[in-house]
Design a protein around this ligand. Structure first.
Ligand code: ADP
Length: 425
């Protein structure tokens, strides 16, 4: 008999992927699909596009592996919101995408939520719900709110109205007390809120029709998911307090596993629950986008080779693409600082990489000051993670072991959630 396998699907901003892993965490199959751009009424029909991508990815899984799939989980973009009919599951409006803002709903949300709550942002799930509620004959319709991942999972298990506490954070769910807060439950639209479980909890069996169509086994279960950025963190398997993942992409984002929940709206710092721990995050506007404005990726590689990472650069920059910083310094008027530029490009790049490393170190220090578990070890994801010299510079500046994360794909993190759900059975 083939070893049991666990399937994770990631629905990210630019496309979707799957990863099929075994219980040792080895990838047995993986694949990727772009979202097809079906149009309806001159806009993209995301419902159709995501559905066809989901079933397309299931078709991409080698037939020989399918009978071994014990469980499936899915991550989606955070705050991507759908309102569906509570009986048929049919979409009652176009999906409201993660980055879509509902400014007209913000004053209404601010009037009911505590100051600086995560829902107090125009693109929060709650603003999207309030916007829908106030713009249609909504009160007469029996509807349910689902996040993108919830809805995709529903296509597989068929039980309407289930979410996880990572996706539900931006609609106002409190994962610490495991319920929606009273100020939210007293609103007329609270009947639309899905019930919430821990990520990686078994929801039920896969639908019989889908099971037989694709050849999944009879005991294949569907498990609650998470958001795409949390799934990417899970992929790195930084699963002890004090372990962290720095993402060096266009911007710099840090995520630290902590025993304590910390929040500070001034710095955009907040915590997601992960079982009995908290995932504390902060995002700076510095990062690789500035590097790309100055150097090509090819130059970055060649110049980096000539850097001596043991040497401290005397250059003190604050690389930003635009004016303004939020974390680890909250200053909307902060100016980018990239001068003086030395004659040598090697020295210049060394100065920039080291300056970004100092911002990273300040970020982890700030999280500690706010009460999080002190960082002990850093894994790295994103385009900058392949730069070995930068890793050495960061080890010196942070005074900590720094490694490239072995796995960084969100689909891999979703597969780990599927495994968690299957093991808890
Ligand atoms: P995104 O956040 O856009 O998904 P990626 O994770 O793909 O970004 O990372 C892209 C970034 O990686 C670019 O902004 C680029 O400056 C940076 N990058 C690429 N190669 C290197 C390198 N060798 N050293 C440092 N940074 C690099």
């Amino acid at each position: 008999v083939e070893q049991r396998l666990y399937l994770g699907l990631d629905f990210g901003t630019s496309g979707a992927r799957y990863a099929l892993i075994d219980k040792e965490g080895k990838i047995r199959a993986e694949g990727k699909r772009e979202y097809p751009l079906y149009m309806s009424e001159e806009t993209i029909d995301w419902v159709k596009s995501w559905r066809s991508t989901l079933f397309g990815l299931l078709e991409d899984i080698p037939v020989s592996f399918r009978p071994a799939v014990a469980s499936i989980s899915i991550d989606g973009t955070s705050a991507t919101t759908m309102i569906v009919d509570s009986k048929t599951g049919e979409s009652l409006c176009k999906p409201l995408l993660y980055n879509q803002s509902c400014p007209e709903a913000l004053p209404i949300v601010k009037a009911i939520a505590p100051a600086n709550h995560t829902v107090c942002s125009g693109s929060s799930t709650l603003c999207k719900l309030v916007s829908w509620w106030s713009s249609s004959d909504a009160p007469n319709i029996s509807a349910v709110l689902l996040h993108q991942a919830d809805w995709l999972l529903w296509l597989l298990h068929g039980k309407l109205g289930v979410s996880d506490y990572n996706n539900a954070l931006k609609v106002g769910y409190d994962p610490e007390v495991e319920s929606y807060p009273p100020w939210l439950l007293s609103q007329p639209y609270s009947s639309l809120l899905p019930r919430v479980q821990a990520p990686g909890t078994t929801i039920g069996s896969i639908k019989e029709s889908i099971r037989t169509q694709f050849g999944f086994p009879e005991d294949c279960v569907i498990c609650t998911g998470t958001t795409d950025s949390i799934a990417a963190f899970l992929a790195a398997r930084a699963n002890q307090p004090g372990k962290a993942v720095t993402s060096l992409g266009s911007t710099l984002a840090i995520k630290l596993l902590s025993t304590k929940r910390v929040e500070d709206a001034r710095f955009g710092v907040y915590s997601h629950r992960l079982d009995d721990k908290w995932l504390v995050g902060g995002a700076s506007n510095t990062g690789g986008a500035v590097l790309r404005q100055i150097f090509t990726d090819d130059q970055l590689e060649k110049l980096s080779q000539q850097i001596n990472p043991a040497e401290t650069s005397p250059l003190d920059y604050y690389p930003l693409q635009d004016v303004g910083e939020r974390f680890p310094v909250a200053d909307p008027k902060m100016e980018p600082r990239l001068h003086p530029r030395p004659e040598s490009d090697v020295e210049y790049l060394h100065g920039i990489l080291e300056s970004i490393a100092r911002i990273e170190a300040n970020g982890y220090n700030l999280l500690k000051e706010l009460g999080a578990t002190p960082v002990e070890e850093v894994f790295t994801a994103g385009g900058g993670s392949k730069n070995e010299k930068w890793i050495k510079i960061r080890e010196r500046v942070l005074g900590l072991p720094v490694h490239k994360a072995l796995q960084t794909e969100a689909a891999y993190g979703a597969a780990l959630l599927a495994m968690k759900g299957a093991f808890a059975q």
